[in-house]
Design a protein around this ligand. Structure first.
Ligand code: HEM
Length: 476
């Protein structure tokens, strides 16, 4: 990797009015992978607006760690908040520390250990339902698994199959067009076009379902006596409800601009915030895990040797029984498969930041209000950072090989103060699911796969991946 000073450049091929939106949305991996050819920090255009993309690990790290200067804001985040609310993943720096502090205890390792039991039960119920040589449409099945797991662990509630399907449908429409809503000219979004009307209907439906899930979960929690609730431990819902109970009177606490605007008093603000936090955690906790698992099974189906190693590790450590929390440290290859999957296909593939003041990045002067596009892809697939960057090679994460990587080389969970709060949760769930599959099944890609990404979707996932599941011989 070249040492400083950094290089900068402008990416050619911007179309009038559209800029680079077309290749970014239609061929995102190819487009983002090509950016380092033009410099360590490159200028592209989103519509007519020039924006900057860090392609060097150190520059990506700088923008992610300095969240006061590179904040979540500007016109793109205004639009993101219109869809996902003002939860911890979308709020600006001024609200973030308080929101994050509130949620953090629900993701403490001691809580993850308790959640792992539920994860294992959900994974087992799914894999036990499969028949030999069955073909499954991977993403919807794994999405339902992840959604059930999040609701049971983080909201202590069970959702019926119909509710899962309803949430899935609404998220699918609302979040599949996420970047369309973020980047399209507002005049076009206001037109009564079928896509706009569908999107608005899906958002209304999603908000209504979230209110229903929240009502049921709250009733469930409130019917449990206080000391039993304490014994059952903290989860996202219980910490949020506790914060509502202790919400300060209006004007005495940092309640957040959105909440204050919506509610006017502290209790109303907390209710609006709880709703937004539930949408955030449902979206961030289910689509990411489902995408990671879908891509992992795809990569394993195309790399039989890697799949065999995963099966051998599961056989040696577990001998056919389901994995538990305590087993996770003994499954290093499984973890390397997960990291390598996220390196190649990061579910969180595109974010933006806006500069809150004039700043110099890579020697370039950026005015206050400049948009910086954050994507792990230009770094993860940069051949100056990773040798044979396009290859699926879980062993590149062996400790003796990672020591040669530059700081900031892996950004699949982000870094700095806005780093994924659910990384431990997500990795544990993926590891439990992959070992359950590897212990009993061999996975093959069935005909009819379309692994192009769903265009404009918030999370990077294939359009359609059908997998054939063959029971391993020792189980037959
Ligand atoms: C395994 C898959 C996952 C991946 C690849 C992933 C990726 C990411 C990334 C890249 C960010 C940073 C976004 C930014 O910098 O703007 C993030 C933030 C976040 N993630 Fe995850 N995530 C995963 C799983 C989860 C899970 C399971 C949950 C919850 C149960 C979760 C909840 C969140 C939240 C709430 C944030 C916002 C954190 C903040 O701004 O303080 N994620 N995630």
């Amino acid at each position: 990797m070249s040492s400083q000073p950094f290089t900068t450049g402008t990416v050619p091929g911007a179309l009038p009015g559209l800029g680079h939106i077309w290749p970014l949305m239609r061929r995102p991996i190819e487009f983002l992978t090509s950016l380092p050819d033009h410099g360590d920090l490159v200028e592209i255009r989103l519509g007519p607006t020039p924006v900057y993309v860090p392609c060097h690990p150190e520059l990506l790290r700088q923008t992610l760690t300095d969240d006061r200067t590179f904040d979540k804001g500007g016109k793109y985040y205004d639009r993101a908040r219109a869809m996902a609310g003002n939860g911890v993943a979308t709020c600006a720096h001024k609200d973030h520390r308080r929101q994050r502090r509130l949620l953090q205890p629900a993701f403490h390792p001691s809580r993850l250990e308790a959640y792992a039991t539920t994860m294992e039960q959900e994974v087992k119920a799914l894999t036990d339902s499969w028949g030999d040589a069955e073909v499954v449409d991977a993403y919807p099945v794994l999405y339902a698994l992840a959604l059930r797991t999040v609701t049971r662990t983080l909201f202590s509630t069970r959702v019926t199959d119909e509710v899962v399907a309803d949430i899935q449908r609404s998220f699918d429409i609302a979040f599949s067009g996420f970047f369309r809503q973020m980047f399209m000219p507002p005049a076009l979004l206001r037109l009564p076009l079928p896509a706009n009307l569908r999107h608005q209907r899906a958002l209304r439906n999603l908000n209504a379902i979230v209110d229903r899930v929240l009502r049921d979960a709250t009733a469930g929690q409130e019917s449990v006596p206080g000391q039993d609730r304490e014994a059952a431990g903290r989860n996202v819902l219980s910490v949020l409800l506790a914060s509502r109970e202790s919400a300060a009177p209006a004007g005495t606490a940092d309640t957040g601009a959105e909440g204050a605007a919506q509610g006017g008093d502290a209790a109303g603000a907390a209710d609006a915030e709880i709703h937004d936090q539930v949408v955030t955690v449902l979206a961030a906790g289910s689509e990411t895990v489902a995408s990671t698992l879908t891509w992992a099974l795809y990569l394993l189906s195309r790399n039989p040797a890697a799949q065999r190693r995963l099966q051998e590790e599961a056989d040696t450590v577990l001998g056919g029984r389901p994995a538990r929390w305590d087993d996770l440290p003994h499954l290093p290859h499984t973890h390397r498969v997960i990291t390598e999957t996220i390196r190649l296909y990061p579910p969180g593939w595109l974010f933006t930041r806006v500069t809150t003041k004039a700043v110099i990045l890579a020697g370039r002067h950026l005015k206050a209000g400049t948009t910086v596009v954050i994507s792990p892809v230009p770094v993860h697939r940069n051949t100056a950072v990773f040798r044979r960057a396009a290859d699926f090679d879980p062993d590149r994460w062996l400790p003796e090989r990672t020591s040669a990587l530059p700081r900031g080389a892996f950004a699949g969970f982000g870094t700095g103060p806005r780093k994924c709060v659910g990384d431990g949760f997500g990795v544990a769930e993926c590891a439990l699911a992959l070992t359950a599959v590897a212990s009993h099944w061999t996975v093959r890609c069935a005909p009819g796969a379309d692994t192009r990404p769903v265009p404009l979707a918030a999370f990077y996932r294939p359009r359609r991946l059908r997998l054939e599941l063959n029971r391993r011989r020792h189980d037959a």
